[in-house]
Design a binder for this molecule. Structure first.
Ligand SMILES: Nc1ncnc2c1ncn2[C@@H]1O[C@H](COP(=O)(O)OP(=O)(O)O)[C@@H](O)[C@H]1O
Ligand SMILES: [Mg+2]
Length: 347
């Protein structure tokens, strides 16, 4: 555990649950999650497809509210907040990075990064200055006027990171940030995260890949909506080394509790509408981005994780199937303003 000497919790959840009612069936997407994350920690969340990783990220990011349980963010009990206050917290405390970048396709990099500041009511001059600074942090100062289709996949993701950082959030949440990137571009993005973490940023990242998780400090594994294990990344990798390199992507049930990322549990209900893909403004399709399906070969670090199911990493299209009637929808635009504007016009 690190935390620059300070052991201050930034996130605490207690018995966090999220249920989706799908016809006659209830999906327990989160089935009682207790986690604690310290300020300046860098945590990976791993687990098979459908294990609740994105649902947990959406709860942590206040994009959606739990069915029950407690969530304390920065000392504040989130479950007690009104929707407007939640929207403000989301805008000021949380930075999101998604697998599909979710940039506005017709807007320049600078304008994309300005977006959360527009919603926060920041003046145009300050917005441009802050957005330019954020783009400098991700080393894209020379690409500010480029639109997403004039940028590489890695550059697009760096724009998305700049957008996530522009409000100086307490927490950076990244849901499979390298899922659409090839391995060298993934490294480039992980280097950005390393630098942010060194500069004090708290980061929570969902990933399927050992060598990506290896860049964090701690790994939380989810299975069936519950925390299966929490361990330091060193311990996690040591455990991972016990796995056979070419583990079969079996339809068999998970073999032993020793092997961590098991294939998706059998008896999983209908395919997951992916919250992260449903939750962004004008998700830009990324037809040219190469997809790294096979994890990169770094056996000296850890064997590859078998793809959790036959499907590649969460390939749901941006327009996900709508949830069942009566199911509260996740927030569709994390940067959207509260329904009533803040009195002070933002910070
Ligand atoms: N909006 C939704 N409506 C109904 N079921 C959902 C919804 N979002 C997620 N689920 C279900 O919740 C479970 C966890 O999903 P998710 O958090 O997306 O998993 P992961 O990100 O680990 O792949 C899955 O069984 C999925 O089908
Ligand atoms: Mg997911």
């Amino acid at each position: 555990m690190s935390g620059n000497g300070r052991m201050e919790s930034i996130i605490v959840t207690r018995d966090l649950r999220k249920e989706y009612v799908m016809g006659t069936e209830t999906v327990h997407a989160l089935a009682g999650v207790d986690i604690e994350i310290l300020r300046n920690e860098y945590v990976s969340i791993m687990g098979p497809s459908g294990s609740g990783k994105s649902t947990l990220m959406n709860m942590i990011g206040c994009l959606d509210s739990p069915t029950s349980g407690e969530y304390v963010l920065n000392g504040q009990a989130v479950q007690d907040l009104s929707d407007d206050n939640l929207a403000r917290i989301r805008n000021r405390e949380i930075g999101f990075v998604f697998q599909t970048f979710n940039l506005l396709p017709r807007a320049t990099a600078l304008h994309n990064v300005e977006l959360p500041l527009i919603y926060a009511g920041v003046s145009s001059r300050d917005r441009q200055r802050k957005a330019a600074q954020a783009l400098e942090i991700v080393q894209l100062a020379d690409r500010m006027d480029h639109k997403p289709n004039e940028l590489s996949g890695g550059q697009r993701q760096r724009v998305a990171i700049a957008r996530a950082l522009v409000n100086d959030p307490s927490i950076l949440l990244a849901d499979e940030p390298t899922g659409n990137l090839d391995s060298s571009t993934s490294e480039e993005i992980m280097d950005v995260f390393d630098t942010l973490h060194e500069n004090g940023q708290t980061i929570i990242m969902v990933t399927h890949e050992y060598d990506i998780a290896a860049r964090s400090q701690r790994v939380i594994t989810l299975v069936d909506g519950k925390v299966e294990a929490q361990m330091s990344v060193d311990y996690y990798l040591a455990r991972g080394l016990k796995q056979p390199t070419a583990a079969p992507v079996a339809a068999d049930p998970p073999t032993s509790p020793e092997t961590t990322p098991a294939p998706a549990p059998a008896g999983e209900p209908a395919p997951a509408p992916e919250p992260e893909t449903a939750s962004a403004p004008e998700a830009a399709p990324e037809p040219t981005a190469p997809r790294e399906v096979a994890p990169s070969p770094t056996p000296e670090i850890a064997p590859s994780v078998p793809p959790p199911t036959a499907a590649p990493v969460d390939p749901a299209p941006p327009e996900a199937t709508p949830p069942a009637p009566g199911t509260p929808r996740p927030i569709s635009n994390p940067w959207a303003p509260p329904t009533t504007p803040p009195m002070d016009g933002g910070r």
